[in-house]
Design a protein around this ligand. Sequence first.
Ligand code: PRT
Ligand code: MG
Length: 219
Amino acid sequence: MITLALSKGRIFEETVPLLRGAGIEVLDDPERSRKLILATNRPEVRVVIVRATDVPTYVQYGGADVGVTGLDTLIEHGADWGGGAGLYQPLDLGIAKCRVSVAVRADFDYASAVRQGSRLRVATKYVNIAREFFAAKGVHVDLIKLYGSMELAPLTGLADAIVDLVSTGNTLKANQLVEVERIMDISSRLVVNQAALKLKQQAIRSVIDAFAAATKATA
Ligand code: PRT
Ligand code: MG
């Protein structure tokens, strides 16, 4: 049995076509069903639905053999997972693309704040990524950890800036925020438990190869 960890929402939706290309059909819709373990048309493959930030944890500790997770999640939590020890990252799936950016209120002069060496209050879910980015720039920041709705922070005076994911930019625009720095480009990665790769080599190799072929076909 091969267990694949996915999160609900965009990762699930964008992985389904790749699975289909690999001949794997998920038999339940996680948006409709309350089941956390979903069967597929292949008796030896099942899907488990976990929080996006928990996917690498499941795969690292063997709760799942393989998983699909954003590079943002992998990098942000890398430190807490001993650099992702035991996690093999064989493939960039090229799905759920976005970028990690710095955004501020349209009426906030970010450039002069940086030039003047002001201390910036930055709200984010990505404290490790943000800390490293601003340290490399030599900008002093007070980081405020949030778990969602980052866009609200500059609007309420909680922070001067946010570090968040941007894809179309519509969310920023709708909240009178502007993107002032692009920190890194993001896509989703296939991650594999290294011990499982050894123990179930043939089965997991064939899943990796199928994902690779499906990724190429849709690229
Ligand atoms: O939502 P929940 O709290 O349950 O979990 P999550 O936010 O961790 O999961 P989910 O499903 O929202 O995101 C999973 C992964 O999808 C992320 O880790 C990214 O790798 C990837 N991804 C790709 C995105 C986006 N694009 C994206 N646009 N994740 C989130 N967004 C959000 C962003 O945070 C912002 O609020 O969408 C908004 C911006 O979108 P635009 O199009 O308006 O710019
Ligand atoms: Mg989300």
